[in-house]
Unconditional design. Structure first.
Length: 213
């Protein structure tokens, strides 16, 4: 293994999960996570579970959380939150694009800051539709392609470099457009720039919504 491969492995497996934990922490994103998680009930599939930050925002109506999380380190770091959650939390997979789950097996799918990173997001959305029960919904908060042309141009320009250091994260994905193209009907959608300086806008166009299959 080359030095470059070793450095990349160290970054992706050990340092990047910790960096994501900080940038997507409760302090930074808690109010938006709560907005997404508070209406959820029943059996929930959470894709991109990370270090379990969403658990504090699920209401008592949630009976089980089925977690998809590719990072072993993030899953280990989630265990305090898992223990504090008084209901079952089970890691069921590593990749949202390939779910070893039965059709119509969950009441809700939650994706928070995850669809930007899944390699085959179209397949993931197809899987979300497949596992949702009738009446179930996809609940999401994601950063997305900005509708403002100058910001979108920067997102596209920076993307090739950004994805190499950010675990495959895409600044230039139109998440609501991808959700609709996958056959979902968006029931509600809120989109806005996260508070912060103008230079951070390529990273801060947020979309919060729910969608039905």
């Amino acid at each position: 293994m080359s030095l470059g491969d070793r450095v990349a492995g160290l970054w992706n497996e050990h340092l990047l999960p910790r960096a994501v934990e900080v940038t997507c922490s409760e302090r930074a994103t808690g109010k938006w996570r709560h907005q997404v998680c508070a209406p959820v009930s029943g059996e929930v599939l959470e894709v991109g579970f990370g270090s379990g930050t969403n658990l504090a925002h699920y209401p008592a109506a949630v009976s089980t959380v089925l977690a998809v999380e590719p990072s072993d380190l993030a899953w280990r770091r989630a265990q305090d939150a898992v223990r504090d959650f008084d209901r079952p939390v089970v890691r069921v997979g590593l990749d949202g694009a390939s779910l070893a789950m039965s059709d119509a097996s969950v009441d809700a799918v939650v994706s928070s800051y995850t669809m930007c990173t899944i390699g085959d997001v179209a397949s993931a959305l197809s899987e979300f539709r497949r596992v949702l029960r009738p009446g179930g919904r996809l609940h999401f908060v994601e950063h997305s392609l900005s509708p403002d042309d100058p910001v979108a141009a920067r997102q596209r320009r920076w993307q090739p470099r950004w994805e190499k250091v950010a675990g495959g994260c895409h600044l230039d994905r139109d998440i609501p457009g991808l959700v609709s193209a996958a056959g979902f009907t968006i029931a509600d959608l809120e989109a806005f720039y996260a508070p912060g300086p103008a230079f951070a806008r390529p990273f801060g166009w947020l979309t919060i919504g729910t969608a039905t299959p």
